[in-house]
Write a protein that binds this ligand. Structure first.
Ligand SMILES: Nc1ncnc2c1ncn2[C@@H]1O[C@H](COP(=O)(O)OP(=O)(O)OP(=O)(O)O)[C@@H](O)[C@H]1O
Ligand SMILES: [Mg+2]
Length: 373
C-alpha cells in the first residue's frame, strides 16, 4: 500500500496506486520516502535488500536513524526537506551497513509536491553501483592487458627465431659429443632452458593473439573435480586440504573446456601456492541470484559463480592492481602470466572476476560466467 503522499488525486486513484505500488515493488533501485517531519513513509523491497532492513522495521523511523553517521546521505535528505530542491551525489559515495561491506552507490533526493503545490516530504532513490564498479575494473584490466599483450606478442615472435637457432646448435653440439662426455650435461641444460623460454613465449603469444574459444557444453563438476585431483597430488605432504562444494543441479555451461580448465587450474594453483604452512582451499559453485549479463545486444542470462577461497597469505592492497599485469609475480618460480591469461579467458566467456583478499587471512576469487551464450 502506498503512503498518502504517493496517491494521485483525481482519476481512479485505486488503480493508479496499485500500479505505482507494483512498480515500486519491482524496481531495482532503493526508493525511500520521508514525510515533512523526516519520518520514513515508504521503504521498497530494493531498499530492504540494499540496506538489509525490513520495511516493517523502518516505517516511522526518522531519516537520521536510517543514515546515522552517513554525512552525505543525511545532507541530501536535509537539503530536499528544508530547501525544497532536488539534489544528487554520484561521486565516491558509500552506503554503510552494520553487517556488510560498504556499498558504492549514487543517491538522489527530491521534494514531493502535492497537487496544491505544497511540499509533502522527500523521495530518495539509491542505486547500487557495485556491479558497475566491478565492470569498470574488468575493463580497465582488459585494456591494459590487450595493450601489453599486443606489444609483448610482437616481441615474443622476434625472440622465437633466434631461440630456435640456439636450440638447433645445442642439439648439433650434443650429437658431436660422445655419450660419456661431461659436457653433455651442459647441452642438456641448454636445450631444457631454451624449451622453457619457448614455453613462456608461447604463453605470451597466446595472450596477445589467443585462439578463439571453441564453444561446447562444459560440466563444471567434472573439470573442477579433475583439477583438484591433480592439485591434491601436487600438494602432497604440505597439509593443504581441498574442499569441493559443487551444486549438482547446475546444468552444463556453454564454454571452451580446455580454456576453462586452464582458468580454474591457474586460480586453484594460485590458492595452493598462497598457503605456506598448511591451510585450506575451498571451491564452490552456485547459481548467482543477482547477476545477469547485460552486454548490449545480448539476452541476459543467469550467471554461475565459481569461487576459489584460500586461507593463505592474501594480497596487499598495493599489489592488487598489479597482479593482472603480465609478468608480475611475487613467487620465485612464477611466470606472472597466470592471472593475465585467466582474465583473458574470463573476458572471452563474457564473464566477470571478483576478488576479495585480506593480507595474512586469505583470498577469494569469484568467477561469474553466464549459463547461456
Ligand atoms: N590466491 C592468491 N593469494 C595470494 N596471492 C595471489 C593469489 N593469486 C594471485 N596472487 C598474487 O598475484 C601474483 C600473480 O599471479 P599469477 O597467477 O598471474 O602469476 P604467478 O602465480 O606468480 O605465476 P604463474 O601463475 O605463472 O605460475 C602472484 O605472484 C601472487 O603474488
Ligand atoms: Mg599463478
Amino acid at each position: 500500500m502506498l503512503p498518502d503522499q504517493f496517491k494521485k488525486t483525481g482519476t481512479s486513484p485505486g488503480t493508479d496506486s496499485a500500479l505505482y505500488g507494483m512498480i515500486l515493488d519491482n524496481i531495482d533501485r532503493a526508493v525511500v520516502a520521508f514525510d515533512q517531519k523526516g519520518q520514513i513513509t515508504l521503504f521498497n523491497p530494493a531498499a530492504e535488500a540494499l540496506m538489509e532492513r525490513s520495511s516493517r522495521q523502518m516505517i516511522g523511523q526518522h531519516y537520521q536513524a536510517l543514515f546515522k553517521n552517513q554525512k552525505t546521505l543525511l545532507y541530501l535528505v536535509k537539503v530536499a526537506l528544508e530547501e525544497g530542491r532536488s539534489i544528487t551525489d554520484d561521486e565516491g559515495l558509500y552506503l554503510h551497513r552494520s553487517n556488510a561491506e560498504p556499498l558504492p552507490v549514487n543517491a538522489y533526493a527530491a521534494p514531493i509536491y502535492t497537487s496544491k503545490s505544497s511540499q509533502d516530504g522527500v523521495v530518495m532513490i539509491i542505486r547500487d553501483l557495485s556491479r558497475i564498479k566491478e565492470l569498470e575494473g574488468t575493463l580497465r584490466r582488459a585494456d591494459r592487458l590487450s595493450m601489453l599483450g599486443t606489444l609483448a606478442a610482437g616481441l615474443a615472435h622476434e625472440i622465437k627465431n633466434p631461440l630456435g637457432g640456439i636450440k638447433g646448435a645445442a642439439q648439433l653440439l650434443a650429437m658431436e659429443l660422445t655419450e660419456e662426455s661431461s659436457l653433455q650435461d651442459y647441452t642438456r641444460i641448454m636445450i631444457k632452458e631454451v624449451e622453457r623460454i619457448n614455453f613462456i613465449i608461447e604463453e605470451l603469444m597466446d595472450l596477445g593473439n589467443p585462439r578463439p574459444p571453441e564453444i561446447g557444453e562444459v560440466e563444471l563438476i567434472k573439470i573442477l573435480g579433475d583439477i583438484v585431483l591433480l592439485q591434491r597430488e601436487a600438494a602432497r605432504g604440505q597439509s593443504i586440504k581441498f574442499h569441493l562444494k559443487l551444486d549438482p543441479s547446475i546444468p552444463p555451461i556453454q564454454g571452451d573446456e580446455s580454456l576453462l580448465t586452464r582458468l580454474f587450474l591457474n586460480l586453484i594453483k594460485n590458492a595452493r601456492e598462497a598457503i605456506t604452512h598448511g591451510g585450506e582451499v575451498l571451491i564452490e559453485t552456485r547459481i548467482s541470484s543477482t547477476y545477469h549479463m547485460t552486454n548490449p545486444g545480448r539476452r541476459s542470462s543467469p550467471m554461475v559463480d565459481i569461487s576459489i577461497s584460500d586461507n593463505g597469505c592474501g594480497i596487499n592492497p598495493e599489489e592488487m592492481e598489479r597482479i593482472f599485469t603480465p609478468y608480475f609475480t611475487t613467487k620465485n618460480k612464477g611466470s606472472g602470466l597466470g592471472l593475465a591469461i585467466s582474465q583473458k579467458i574470463i573476458e572471452d566467456h563474457h564473464g566477470l572476476l571478483k576478488i576479495a583478499s585480506t593480507p595474512d587471512e586469505g583470498t577469494t576469487m569469484t568467477v561469474s560466467l553466464p549459463l547461456h551464450r
